[in-house]
Ligand binder design. Structure first.
Ligand SMILES: [Zn+2]
Length: 107
């Protein structure tokens, strides 16, 4: 697996975990399956990551001119992040990715 692909996989894994935590706690799902709304969000994120033209660059998404996330989705993603990030704070390897993801939504 090349480096760009690896990075994208890591990002996706992190987001999937965040959505999972959020859905389980807020939407009271069983932690195995997401509710349709969150599943839709995850599918959307997957697509965005796959299509991100900057996957391999050092430039952060905050400086990227490609607006990956539509405003409505961004709003929901923010809610997911705010909730789940606090639960993942102790998971240090994830922090760098988390910060990067946070930038996506501060555009
Ligand atoms: Zn949900």
């Amino acid at each position: 697996m090349d480096k760009i692909q690896y990075k994208k996989e890591q990002e996706l894994e992190t987001i999937a975990e965040m959505i999972n935590i959020y859905c389980r706690d807020i939407h009271k799902t069983d932690g195995t399956n997401l509710c349709p709304e969150c599943q839709d969000m995850l599918d959307y994120v997957k697509k965005r990551i796959a299509l991100c033209p900057r996957g391999g660059e050092a430039v952060s998404c905050g400086n990227c001119k490609t607006h990956c996330y539509a405003p409505k989705r961004r709003q929901k993603m923010r809610a997911i992040m705010n909730y789940s990030a606090s639960k993942m704070l102790l998971d240090s390897p994830i922090m760098a990715i988390r910060n990067k993801i946070a930038q996506w939504f501060l555009l």
